[in-house]
Design a binder for this molecule. Sequence first.
Ligand code: PEP
Ligand code: MN
Length: 341
Amino acid sequence: MFVVLRAGCTPEERNRVVRAVEDAGLSVQVSEGHHRIVIGIVGDEDRLRDVALDSFPGVEKVVPLRRPYRLAARETRAGDTVIDVDGVEIGGPNLTIIAGPCAVEHEEVVFAAARAAKKAGAHLLRGGAFKPRTTPYHFRGLGEKGLRLLAHAGAEVGLPIVTEAMDTRHVDLIARHAALIQIGTRNMQNFPLLEAAAKTGRPILLKRGRAATVTEWLCAAEYILNAGNGQVILCERGLVSFDNAVRNHLDLSCVPLIRRLSHLPIIVDPSHGTGRENLVPAMARAAIAAGAHGVMLEMHPEPERALSDAGQAIRPEELEALIPDLSAIHDVLRRSSYSIV
Ligand code: PEP
Ligand code: MN
């Protein structure tokens, strides 16, 4: 449940509510906006059965949450969560572009990709060092060596890096190099991995499971929040579908839905979401128009030579042409009087 305090309530009134909840053995997350204060309550709510919070002075209403996630729910915060990823703010009014190759491959490729991402105006550099592949016989990434290469390339051009963690044994190593830890679609419900990644204190990019409902996705985010790490960025990357005309079915309707259900930032990955480079720019534009806080794009200096996901990588010049469009669409939304939330 969460408690909404009346506008202009006093600090004493607020503290009385917090104390009553904590005395009952539960914890609170207080969120202060310009117009109201919301107190999210976490723990066994049965213990509050005999505490009439709605009659406390200063309380406007007590709202029960019927959803299985609480900390991720929009109602438990007064505004949008904005996450600082090594100086890049993701969420709220910001537009974030993440770009880079699917996998970290040869040194010259990753450095060329980093320079191209920077030149085009991207804010973060992506690249997989530990790659989840459907068959063990395909290129599975360079591991720690790839992580170091990506970190050097990012440092050279001044872009923070994001890379995937697949294994609890690697999260600390990845956290030492990466500004943002990606949890891939196959691991969305790998709860020990979510908790281990959360414990590093790094922001987490949580991709939606390829067959996960929105509720399951937000529950996965809840695991990270509940482990004490409030820095979760959601990433829609397409769902399995009966139709193999595209690699995955990119669910853009989940973008405005998530914006309503949660305060967490949401970005879209149209590369895995379509699997086809010639569909990526259109779906990136559509993602921003739908209210996404950013996009993650696979970009390769020479896609035909890419060791993984060659068919969905756009070229540096395509990225350069696309980013101004995304900014223009984002500006339209910012000026619009229509509120997505
Ligand atoms: C990736 O972004 O490199 C990746 C493997 O994505 P997903 O987990 O969405 O398939
Ligand atoms: Mn890929």
